[in-house]
Design a protein around this ligand. Sequence first.
Ligand SMILES: [Zn+2]
Ligand SMILES: [Zn+2]
Length: 85
Amino acid sequence: MPNEQPALPAGGCAVCGRAALAPQLIGTRCANPLPLGPCTGQYRPTVAPTDWVACQTCLGKGAVGSQRCNHCEGSGWNYARPQFP
Ligand SMILES: [Zn+2]
Ligand SMILES: [Zn+2]
């Protein structure tokens, strides 16, 4: 069956929701360059598939046309629960 959805990220930033694709990023600082400065959040491991929702900008494909999706940074996923404690 056709399935262009990339695999679930290994984890996500609890503050800004940035996806961490590589498992070795878990527990490290996100440092996503946000308008107010680098994000101070930490990547947390993905606990369940419901931690993620398919990116609505690129429809989960990670790219819009030939361009990498900026919204999800090419991961195809958005963290479903940023800012949990
Ligand atoms: Zn972050
Ligand atoms: Zn996207």
